[in-house]
Structure formats: C-alpha cells, structure tokens
Design a protein around this ligand. Structure first.
Ligand code: PMP
Length: 395
C-alpha cells in the first residue's frame, strides 16, 4: 500500500492507556462477571420523551439535509442555555451546532491556529485532546498540574510553558478525569496567561450540568475573554444523549461562521431529527438536567463517605463530573499496576491515572456509572485491596 500521512498515523492511541479497559471487555466476552468503572458514559439511556421527539421528527420527514450548524430554533435554545448558565450575552450567531462535543473540540483546534502552532493543556487530561490537536495540525503540549492542587493548573506553570509557537490553551472544568471544578482564581490565572500572550482559550464544558460544589464558571464570562474563548458543549452527559452526537461550539461570530465552513467540508451537520430531539431535550429545562445529574452526585457523596472512613486511599477534591480520582500512592503501586492487579484479583476495572497523563501517576479513576450498590461494593473491595497492599509494604 502507498504510505499513509504522518498526520493520520499520529492519531493512533499509543501506549497501553486503554489496556485495562480492553482486558475487562475481553474477560466479559469470555463470560466473566466484571464491574466496569472505566468508561464515562451515563448508565441510563436517552429519556423516552426525547426519543419520542426524535422518532416523530423522523417520521414527519426530517430525514434530509438539515441546516449545517443547526436550525435557528436550536441555536437560539443553546444560546439561551449558555446565557442563563454563564451570564454572557449569547445569540444564535455565537452558536454552531456540531456532531458532539468532540467535533466542537476539533473545530476549535482547526479554528485557532495554523499547522505547527502549539496548544497547551493541563495534564492529566481527557484522552482525546492530544490526538484532536494533532488532527488539526497543532502540537499538543501537556503542562503538568499537581495532585496537591487538586490538579487545577497553576498560572505560573502555564505561563512558563508558553513559547512563540503557542496559540491556544485548552481547559476543562468540570474536569475529566479528575472531577476538579476550577475556582475563580484558577480561571483568572488562565485568562491572565491567555491575555498576556494573545492566546485563544478552548474551554471544554461538556460536564457543566454536573457541578457538586460551587457554581459552574466559564472562562468566557471573565472580562475581555468572550473575544478569545471557544466553548465546547454537548447533550451527551447533561441529557444522556451520547449516541445522538449533538454538541456545540460557542464563540465570536467570525469564528462561528468559519466553523460552518468546516462543517460544510466534513460532517454536513447533525441529522434534522436529532436536532429536533435536541430542541425538545433543551425545552425540558434545568430541572431535567438536575434530575439526570442527581445519581452521580448521590454516588459521589456515598463514595466520599466510604473514603473518609479509611486512610490509605485519598481522593482529589471532586467538585463535579461523574468521576473520582483516587490517590493510591500509599500502596506503593503505580496506577497501572494497581488497576491490572485489581482486575486480576477482583474483576473490577478502573482507569489507571497514567492513562490521562504522567501527572496522574499513582492514581486511578472511577467512573460513577454503575448502580449505587454495585459501585459501593466495588469501592469497598478496592479499599480493602489497597489496605492489604499497603500492609505488604510495611516491613
Ligand atoms: N470532553 C470530555 C472531557 C469528555 O469526557 C467527552 C466524552 N467523554 C467529550 C469531550 C466528548 O463528548 P461528546 O462528543 O459525546 O459530546
């Protein structure tokens, strides 16, 4: 075969970051009972009322091409949600509907700079960031955040990583994988570094409906930031619509118009019947979103109670998102070794912290996406397992 481009080859996931996940899947396929706490997908399906809207829109003929970056009604509804949550004046001209938050991130990376420019992002991070940047020709530059800061990035660390090639900073709050919710000081630091160096900020806010402590803050709401911030949003988590692939990009009008040009050469936009379902989903309002988030909040609280009752495993302050990042360094193991051993011994699958970047070494991430009793039983087993390992360490 004639050779493939270096760019497309650079997208392959390298290393064994997903090895525990694939082992858990293989065990399950071979008939073993595995409690899978690896993947962050809501454990309930899309609400029947939203599915009714989807089906009736399809049956009523919305099966042809739909507006590329969303119907006016959908863009208005998204703009209203964004304005209500962040206080920033937002109109349909600031909204491009995309196929999931993931495509919004890709559009953002394509929009902010030309090939060869650097994009900074705090490590640990959502696993797709580096490859998404490379797909757009950017050079991803992880900037280590620190466990002792709850993995919130320090402005001084970001500033020190800026070079003449740097064009953008990508931040994510509430954060996957850590559950961190950036406070006002952290975001002020991000804004300061962006402004001082004339950078774009790409803000991944797909978990904005899952905030357990404080309020969701968007860097776009800080003074002067709306002109240099692109926000990725999604119905995947807030409305349990992962498979519908419905997200959006928020930004200055010119950036949104350019996003439409990119959609014109790539996705052609989400199907009309999905857009109608999304409009219905948004019409259900914040109470519906709170109802969908409630199980994750409840499970997070119950897990924190269990964790408070022991001293071996500590938890990164979890202000939001459906994850808990556990510090298992007292066991003497890496996150990877711990996760494999836990799967071997107890058929419980968690993500090694190292899968999300070297800064999360010695941690494991739990997705709170199993029913309460199953999740808590798995956590109890994990804690006893960690206790035994730590005892083996003491002479
Ligand atoms: N950003 C983060 C941090 C995520 O965790 C995810 C999904 N796991 C996405 C973006 C993309 O989500 P989607 O494309 O389904 O909206």
């Amino acid at each position: 075969m004639t050779s493939l481009s270096a760019r497309i080859r650079s997208l392959a996931q390298t290393g064994d970051g997903w090895a525990v996940y694939y082992r858990a899947r293989a065990l399950r396929e071979a008939g073993a009972q595995v409690i899978d706490l690896t993947v962050g997908e809501p454990d309930r399906g899309t609400d029947p009322a939203i599915l009714d809207a989807l089906v009736s829109a399809a049956r009523n003929g919305q099966t042809g091409h739909a507006p590329l970056t969303g119907t006016d009604a959908l863009r208005d509804a998204i703009a209203a949600r964004v304005a209500a949550r962040t206080g920033v004046a937002t109109t349909r001209a600031n909204v491009a509907v995309t196929m999931g938050g993931q495509f919004a991130l890709f559009v953002a990376c394509m929009a902010v700079a030309d090939p060869g420019a650097a994009l900074l992002y705090p490590d640990p991070a959502y696993t797709s960031y580096a490859a998404t940047a490379r797909a757009a020709g950017l050079v991803p530059v992880p900037v280590p955040a620190r466990p002792e800061d709850g993995f919130a990035p320090r402005a001084a660390d970001l500033a020190a990583a800026v070079t003449p090639a740097t064009r953008a900073l990508l931040v994510n709050s509430p954060n996957n994988p850590t559950g961190a919710v950036y406070d006002a000081d952290t975001l002020a630091g991000v804004a300061e570094v962006a402004t001082a160096n004339d950078l774009w900020v790409i803000s991944d806010e797909v978990y904005d409906s899952q905030v357990w402590t404080g309020d969701h803050l968007s860097p776009r709401a800080l003074p002067g930031m709306a002109e240099r911030t692109l926000v990725a949003g999604s119905l995947s988590k807030s409305h349990a619509m992962t498979g519908s692939r419905l997200g959006w990009l928020i930004g200055p009008e010119a950036a949104i118009a350019a996003a439409a040009d990119l959609c014109n050469t790539t996705t052609y936009g989400p199907a009309g019947y999905i857009q109608s379902a999304a409009l219905h989903a948004l019409s259900l309002g914040p109470a519906f979103e709170a109802r969908l988030a409630a199980p994750f909040r409840r499970r997070r609280d119950a897990c924190l109670d269990r964790l408070a009752a022991q001293r071996i495993v500590s938890v990164i302050p979890s202000g939001g998102a459906m994850y808990l990042m556990l510090d298992i360094r007292a066991t003497g193991q890496s996150g990877t070794a711990f996760a494999h051993a836990l799967l071997d011994a107890h058929r419980i699958a968690v993500m090694p912290g190292e899968s999300f970047g070297p800064a999360a070494a010695g941690h494991v991430r739990l997705a709170l996406t199993r029913p309460d009793a199953e999740l808590l039983a798995a956590l109890d087993t994990l804690l006893t397992f960690a206790q035994h390992l730590s005892q083996e360490m003491t002479p």
